[in-house]
Design a protein around this ligand. Sequence first.
Ligand code: ZN
Length: 424
Amino acid sequence: MTLATKAVNAKPLAGAGPDIKGMVDDWARFSEDEGKLTRVFLSPEHKACTESVVAAMEAAGMTARIDAVGNVVGRYEGATPDAKTLITGSHIDTVRDAGAYDGNLGVALPIACIADLNARGKRLPFAVEIIAFGDEEGVRFPTTLSGSRSIAGSFDPAALDVQDAEGTSLAEALRHFGCDPDGIAGEARNSDEVLAFVEVHIEQGPVLEAEALPVGTVTAINGASRFALTLEGMAGHAGTVPMRLRKDALAGAAEMILAIEERGRTDEGLVATVGRIEAAPGAVNVIPGRVGFTLDIRAPQDGQREAAIADLDKRCAEIAERRGLTLSMERLYDEGAVACDAALMDQLDAAIARQGLRPLRLPSGAGHDAMALGALCPIAMLFVRCGGGISHNPLESITAEDAEAAAQVFLDFLEHLDPDSLAR
Ligand SMILES: [Zn+2]
C-alpha cells in the first residue's frame, strides 16, 4: 500500500489502543510505592509524571507548561488566532494503591487524538487545551480540585494554608514543586474565551459493561448528600424481655435500611446506600438499645435527591414511631448535581453513532474535575468501559479495543464540533 492510499483508506487512530494504554502504563511507574500505584498531589512522583506528560504533549505537536497550581497545560492552536478554546483533560493524581486508568486515560487519550490531527496537519476552528490536573482525589491535603478550581476561577486562597499529615502547607508544597502560589489567580480563564470542557474518564461503574458498549455520554455528575442516623430504643436481656415489649433499635434500623434500598431501587438514577452501622451495647445476649448508621444518597438532579430525602425522612420517622424508637437524622454533607450541556451531549451521541456504536446516556455517580469547570463553561463527559466496573483498585482495567474506540469517538467529536452551536 502506498502512503497516499493509506492516508485515504485508514481510519484515523486505527490501532491506537495499545499506544494509549502504553502511555498510561508508562505513567504508572511514577509511584511512591514499589509494585503499586500511589501518586499524590505535588509529590516527587507527581513532578516526574508532569515532565513525562509535557514530553508526550510536545511529541503530539502541542506546547506544554506547568501552571501555578501544578497542572500540566498542553495547547494545540486553532485555525485562527482568535479561536476560542475547548478544554479537555483529567487528573493524574491517584488514590493509594490505585488503578492506572482513573484520570490518566483522560489525559493520554486526547493526546493521541491531537497527535493524529497534527500528523494530518489539521487545525480545528477552536484551540484545544489538554489539562492534566494534579489534585482530584484529595488524598494528600484536606482540600480537592485545586487544579480545576484554579482554571474555573473558584480556587479559595485560604486553601493555601491547609496542611498535609506532615504539617506541610499547600503553599509550601507548591513552592517546593516549582510553582508560584501567587500566580494561581492568574490561571483563571475568561469564560468568553472557553468553548467548553469535555472530560474523558473511565466509567468506574458496571453500566457500560452490562450494556456491552465501549463508551457512553454522561448526563450529569450526581449531587450527593450524607446523613448520620441515630436510633434510641431500650437495651434489655435477650432472654427475659418478651418480643412484644421490646424497643430493639437494630431491628428498627434493619427495617429502615430496607426502606432506603426500596426507595433507591424504584427511582431511576437515584442511588441510596447504608455503608456503616454500629449497634450498642453490641453483645450476643443483649437487645440493641442504640444504633447509629450512615446514609449516602445521590442523584443526577437536586430535586430528585431532595424528594427522596424528604420521603425517607418521613418513612423512617413512621418506622421509629411504630416501634417506640427515637430517631435523629443529621445532615453531614451536601454537594449539588452538575448537569452536562445538552448540545454537547447531542454532539457526543452523534459522534458515537457515526462511529457505528449505540449511544447511551448515564449519570456519573462519582465526582470529577468537570464539576469545578461547570462554574466556567458548558461541560460534558465521555465515559469509557472498564473491566468489571472496578476502580480505585489495582485491578482497574480497560481493553486496547475500547481505548481505540473511545479515541475515535472523541476525535470524531472534535472534528465535527461547530463552535457556533455552543454559544451561550
Ligand atoms: Zn478520576
